[in-house]
Design a protein around this ligand. Structure first.
Ligand code: GLU
Length: 467
């Protein structure tokens, strides 16, 4: 059997991180078993579905590296097939026409509730002859759910779950306007797409029991199910925007790397010993559903930041340079020339050691592109005292005389200068940093000066000394 899974988002909003994790688990499970991972856009709710939301899903998956193996299926294009199947179930006596009006259904629910029963459809038209209805009355098509016995799902995450069939009512599969219901469309599509494993959030567990009714009525082999626990916020409540980033777009904007987010989402609720850091290849090799826990996971932003820092340090410098340029150009009206790109490339190995995410990385890089006079932070300004400016003036004379502007040459110069002046290295390094960066935080001063280049360093020093 070739494993075939699908990610089936509804394009009605942002790609929530819980959905992204479902996509990741589907993907890893499939690749682990050498199967095919598919995407189905569940866009039958025409009012709430938008092309913008579809684009967010497609871009989000591509950013996370979870590319489907076949072209996406749009559920809305399959309505005719859903209708045909419903009519077939009607013809074979597995489903029936229900002529109840909305008022009758409301009464039915109210009566059931008054008797202390769940508000379900009571099967009024199940065995009734349709000729009893006015032939012009609108009707829905309802599936005949089993009334006796029970249904058990051997869920690959939740274990054995049993429900009494008396709890399932004859649900509608085709509405009076001819549109399929969600439950019906999902079953038809999963069947036609030859899905072998349905892996989704555990908020769909009760749907699976209802969907099994349709599988049985159609005489189709149901897939295996795996219902993943939801992701909660650090406080245990359902994860939402008020906890921080909660959709894939948010995480991207906050400067997380996709490989870090995937690594973190995998570790959230799935374990392989104490291994925190796993690359995609290792993830595929090790992942299986039996390692997924049953209880909800709590989002831990601190751990995510740690994992992100790790992947940032591993990331290719050219990629990070492009990311930073992209970010800064979006926010500020800076036009990057080759010299600015070179500065950033030279300092990137040092910059990435100090940032937790791309946002910070971009922020920490900005000084490289400033022009004189720099704007100084309060702390930096405080360092530029008369006394320190006099020191910096002396130092800049020595810098001018340096035959080679290398890291080693700068190190030696600063050490010698501190010795001559009988001050600690920091006493010259800090004012120097303030003068050339405008702040008190930057990578090592030697790396920073090399990245700026001699001319720029002298220009900035000159402006700070005279400013
Ligand atoms: N479209 C459903 C959702 O976004 C998922 C359905 C499924 O995975 O079966 O929640």
């Amino acid at each position: 059997m070739t494993v075939r899974t699908r990610f089936a988002p509804s394009p009605t909003g942002l790609l929530h991180i819980g959905n992204a994790r479902a996509a990741l688990f589907n993907y890893l499970f499939t690749k682990h078993h050498g199967g095919k991972f598919l995407l189905r856009i569940e866009d039958t709710d025409r009012e709430r579905s938008t092309q913008h939301a579809v684009d967010i899903i497609l871009e989000g998956l591509s950013w996370l590296g979870l590319t489907p193996d076949e072209a996406p299926i749009y559920q809305s294009t399959r309505i005719k097939r859903h209708q045909d199947i419903a009519l077939h179930l009607l013809k074979t006596g597995k489903a029936y026409k229900c002529f109840c009006t909305p008022e009758q259904l409301a009464d039915m629910r109210a009566n059931a509730q008054a008797e202390g029963k769940p508000p379900r459809y009571n099967g009024y038209w199940r065995d009734r002859d349709p000729s009893e209805a006015n032939p012009n009355s609108p009707y829905t098509i309802r599936i005949k759910a089993p009334r006796e016995g029970s249904t058990t799902i051997h869920d690959l995450v939740q274990g054995k779950v049993t429900v009494n069939n008396s709890e399932l009512d004859d649900m509608i599969i085709l509405r009076a306007d001819g549109t399929p219901t969600y439950q019906h469309a999902v079953v038809c599509d999963d069947h036609d797409m030859n899905i072998t494993h349905v892996i989704r959030g555990d908020d769909h567990l009760t749907n699976s029991f209802r969907q099994l009714v349709i599988y049985r009525a159609a005489g189709w082999e149901p897939p295996s199910f795996a219902h993943l626990p939801l992701i909660h916020g650090p406080d245990g409540a359902k994860l939402s925007k008020r906890h921080g980033a909660s959709s894939v777009v948010d995480f991207k904007e906050e400067g997380y790397l996709p490989e870090a987010l995937c690594n973190y989402l995998l570790r959230l609720g799935w374990g392989h010993g104490d291994d925190e850091i796993l690359n995609r290849e290792e993830q595929i090799k090790l992942f299986d559903l039996d390692g997924v826990g049953r209880s909800p996971s709590r989002m831990d932003y601190t751990k995510l930041a740690y994992i992100n820092g790790y992947w940032l340090r591993q990331a290719d410098n050219v990629r990070l340079v492009n990311e930073v340029i992209h970010r800064i150009s979006q926010q500020d009206s800076i036009v990057f020339n080759e010299e600015m790109k070179t500065r950033l490339s030279v300092l990137m190995p040092a910059l990435k050691e100090r940032a937790k995410n791309l946002k910070e990385l971009a922020e920490n890089s900005k000084f490289l592109f400033s022009s004189v006079p720099l704007s100084f932070t309060e702390k930096a300004q405080k360092l530029l005292t008369e006394e320190n400016r006099a020191l910096l003036r002396k130092l800049s004379e020595k810098i001018i005389a340096l035959p080679e502007f290398s890291k080693e040459a700068i190190d030696t110069l600063l050490r010698q200068f501190a010795e001559q002046e009988q001050i600690k290295l920091g006493k010259i390094a800090q004012p120097l940093r303030a003068a050339v960066t405008g702040s008190t935080i930057s990578p090592g001063i030697d790396d920073t000066l090399v990245a700026l280049g001699k001319d720029e360093v002298l220009k900035r020093l000159g402006a700070a000394i005279n400013g």
